[in-house]
Design a protein around this ligand. Sequence first.
Ligand code: GCO
Ligand code: MG
Length: 443
Amino acid sequence: MAAMAAGMGALTDRAAKAEAQVARATRGMPSPKIRDIELILTQPDTVRLTIVKVLTDQDGLYGYGCATFTQRADLVNIALEKYLKPFLVGKPADRIDDTWQACYNSSYWRNGPVLNNAISGIDHALWDIKGRQAGMPVYELLGGKCREAAECYVHTYPAPTYQVAIQNARRSMEQGFRNVLVDPIVPGMGQFRGSTAGAAAMSGLHEGPVFESGIFAGTALKWLEECRKQLGEEVGLMCDIHERVTPNEAVQLAKEVERLKMFFMEDLLSPEDIAYFRQIREQCSTPMAMGELFNSPHEWTPLIQERLIDYMRMHVSQMGGVTPARKVAAMGEILGVKTAWHGPKDTDPIGQVAHLHLDLACYNFGIQEFTGFSDRVKEVFKPCPEVKNGYMYANDAPGWGMEVDEKMAARYPYGGGEEEDDLKRLNGGWSEIRRRDGTIIKQ
Ligand code: GCO
Ligand code: MG
């Protein structure tokens, strides 16, 4: 009995000491509560952006988060307004992972794009708040810089021919970029990324754009051979197949381009076919990049665990935000997989700057996709990170180091931007592209 009492005493002692330690550490930082959650909905360019603003009960302490899912923006906004806002108002604003876990479990069914984007908006904002509270940029909270800046790659599309792609690549290389994405285009066939513009001249048994994967796969090889020949051995060449060939065509293409020493081949397979990565790995060493379409740990975990990819390309807001991203990045470091966060125009600038902080702080950073900040975007998001000589630089302001000009944002409402008729009609959703016989294709 005496021994147990002594043991209990020691435990109570240690608990009291720990409590005193926490109190000392946070004495200067009263715990902020979430007072309100606002949405900043804006479309300065061609994509609908959803920025979450989390306001705390401490004057002037707030944070911004990326919740942009342009094809279903209105659904994410409802998920935030109707579900996460009533769930979170009044809760602590300084318990990031705890809040993430609570939101993730609050819908019971989870790991989907709409709810993950809603959670991401809150999650990014809490990291911003933490940084503002501590007076530090988020990359410092993540352990500090592993590098001075993040090396970027840029797109060469839209490019109707490989000659135009090579001209675009040369222009980027003159600006200091050492890595370019050269996406093959088959003149006359439906393009992708939701664009039905330049409707296909290829005839089919139906109206609308036609796409045949076999023709595309064959063109891709010739296109990449030409780009490598004309741009030289030095430049990093990426190619985004965008899940548009069959698994067998993907294995063949990966083997055929091996001699071109690609930086990576992206989305050779669709998420439903990721088991074929084993065949690709067994047959060639072409670097694989995959992940922008992933929403669930069940998708990225096997590919990282078995070292079946070289670059994780997740779209951070589709994973649920910075909190899961930094955990998966750490898993990748242990297993030799680098980060290459998905950074198209439909990642809003808050999301882009969050990538940058992860890029600076994660040892296994690979490369950062950079699609530019237009003048209109720079009117709303201030300041956008500086990009020079192919590198993106973070500032050292607290949090994300970015403010959102809500007045300017309001000047660019959803649906007010320049977008193709289909995108306007479908509220940012994508129209269909079909094979000759009318079969819908993944795009
Ligand atoms: C990329 C992507 C994009 C997507 C777009 C979807 O690698 O940048 O493939 O181009 O198509 O983000 O909305
Ligand atoms: Mg892609």
